[in-house]
Design a protein around this ligand. Structure first.
Ligand code: NAD
Length: 499
């Protein structure tokens, strides 16, 4: 590690965090120490909350919901606090970005860009807080008026993963707040710092106490307890499909709380022969390598037209070899460290399995030794067959599998040959092909001649086993509401019992 990086950015001692309930910081009883995955030095100490801490947090969120201090505010009042929070994020952008890098391993330049997106989430949600509304039925006859009142669902539990600790948080929190709900957040244990920092910024912006609470700790204990909690009205879970399934069981076995689920993906990127192959190859390289492929919408299955497949793969290899993997504090770095040791092992095991099952390794295929941290080279396998593990399973690393097709029908079939349906991308200059494939591939997000584009205005979410419900945008606010049908008689009553 170079001295500039070490001196300028690494803390001398790990920063010890408290957890946040009912507008106050609480000291932990027991801590989890987090090492920077890029530098192998301890950077944070995060409390392991107890079941009692969780109960206290849920009770605080319940009180804050019932007393109307948040849900009872006009939308304009909620919007004001969300906008002040956006300002707070702007002021503390570098600080938040630094903790994201230290705990997650992503490049600093990328983390800063993500915080800009988070600021936009708060700004969009502020507008949504003023616009969220119900409906009316003026067609029920002269003496009956119908209304749909849109009401916040209540206390929300929010469980987030480690790959985009702050971004995923901010694609949900402002929209949940815009709806009038209160919440208890449980971040991934290895990346809790920025979720706690947000508590500080929200409080400074004037959020009433008890509206945003954070409990930290392991998923198996605190996460599971939050999913099972009988006084939580809705759980928004983002993470693996396996744990998502366990949240469904937890809801069914407790209070049937509503669930929002954002789960895994095995996302196709289809390249037709008529595409601009250099643009497409750049997007494919980005799509699998961004955030070291630890990205739910990573395009991990390349589906390329056979007539250009070899030429395309050769352009792609050239680009993938030029991706700069390295220390995330180096401004030249494009991809940083693998976030956890277990994820590092998982990715390397998949690479070994791909080789063993007979896929052809075109580039990468190994760890990268920088003398510190855990890094993996962007990896491309060709001649992948549908039954191979690397073809079917979410690797969550920079490992791309290439398939070849002859007809659009075949491309659509390969794209849909997965239990997931999170995202897809398509490259062609032919509008007919673009629209046909877009309409036939089952995915919650679709990009034509681009990749991972879009802002907080548009909802995100998955088809099939990639999830339930939508986050962000107006739909992302409505997700946290329920509608009440109201009927109002305006004329005299026609009596049922004869007088
Ligand atoms: P994970 O499922 O292991 O953990 C996610 C969160 O759930 C963490 O906070 C964890 O502590 C908690 N958790 C673990 N066990 C739990 C349990 N039994 N009950 C309740 N909570 C529990 O996922 P991960 O490894 O942190 O993240 C990677 C996965 O997340 C990948 O599958 C990825 O595709 C998915 N993901 C999806 C999206 C999306 O928007 N669809 C976004 C990011 C990540």
């Amino acid at each position: 590690m170079n001295d500039v990086t070490k001196g300028a950015f690494l803390p001398e001692n790990p920063r010890e965090f408290d957890f946040f309930i009912d507008g106050a910081w609480h000291a932990g009883h027991d801590w989890f120490e987090r090492n920077s995955p890029s530098h192998d030095v301890p950077v944070t100490r995060i409390p392991r909350c107890t079941r009692d801490d969780l109960d206290t947090a849920v009770a605080a969120a319940r009180r804050a919901f019932e007393d109307g201090s948040w849900a009872g505010l006009p939308g304009a009042g909620r919007a004001g606090i969300l906008l002040r929070t956006a300002e707070g994020l702007r002021r503390r952008r570098d600080e938040i970005a630094r903790w994201e890098v230290l705990e997650n391993g992503k490049p600093l330049t990328q983390a800063r860009g993500e915080i800009d997106h988070c600021i936009a989430c708060f700004e969009v949600a502020a507008g949504a807080a003023r616009l969220v509304r119900g409906d009316s039925f003026n067609n029920l006859g002269d003496s009956l008026l119908g209304m749909l009142l849109r009401e916040p669902i209540g206390v929300v539990g929010l469980i987030t993963p480690w790959n985009f600790p702050f971004l995923i948080l901010c694609e949900r929190v402002p929209f949940i707040l815009a709806s009038g709900c209160t919440l208890v957040v449980k971040p991934a244990e290895v990346t809790s710092a920025t979720t706690l920092i947000l508590a500080d910024i929200l409080a400074e912006a004037g959020l009433p106490r008890g509206v945003y609470n954070v409990v930290t700790g392991a998923g198996r204990t605190i996460g599971q307890a939050l999913a099972e909690h009988p006084d939580v009205d809705m759980l928004s879970f983002t993470g693996s499909t396996g744990v998502g399934r366990s949240c469904v069981h937890a809801s069914a076995d407790s209070n049937l709380k509503k669930l929002g689920l954002e789960l895994g993906g095995k996302n196709p990127i289809i390249v037709f022969a008529d595409a601009n192959l250099h643009d497409a190859a750049d997007a494919v390289a980005f799509g699998i390598s961004f955030n070291t492929g630890q990205c739910c919408v990573s395009s991990s299955r390349l589906i390329v037209e056979r007539s250009v497949a070899r030429e395309f793969e050769s352009i792609l290899v050239d680009k993938m070899k030029k991706i700069r993997v390295g220390d995330p504090f180096d401004p030249e770095t494009q991809i940083g460290a693998i976030t956890t040791e277990s994820q590092n092992t998982t990715i390397l095991n998949y690479i070994a399995q791909g080789k063993a099952e007979g896929a052809k390794l075109l580039c990468g295929g190994a760890a990268l030794d920088l003398g510190h941290g855990q890094f993996i080279q962007p990896t491309l396998f060709s001649d992948v067959t549908p039954s191979m593990a690397i073809a079917r399973e979410e690797i969550f690393g920079p490992v791309l599998s290439s398939f070849h097709f002859d007809t659009p029908e075949e491309a659509i079939a390969i794209a849909n040959d997965t239990v997931y349906g999170l995202a897809a991308s398509l490259w062609t200059r032919d509008i007919d092909k673009a629209l046909t494939v877009t309409r036939r591939v089952r995915a919650g997000r679709f990009w034509v001649n681009t990749i991972m584009a879009g802002g907080p205005e548009t909802p995100i979410g998955g088809f099939k086993q990639s999830g339930w419900g939508r986050e962000s945008g107006m739909l992302g606010v409505e997700e946290y509401t329920q509608v009440k049908s109201v009927h109002i008689e305006t004329g005299g009553r026609t009596h049922w019992i004869a007088s």
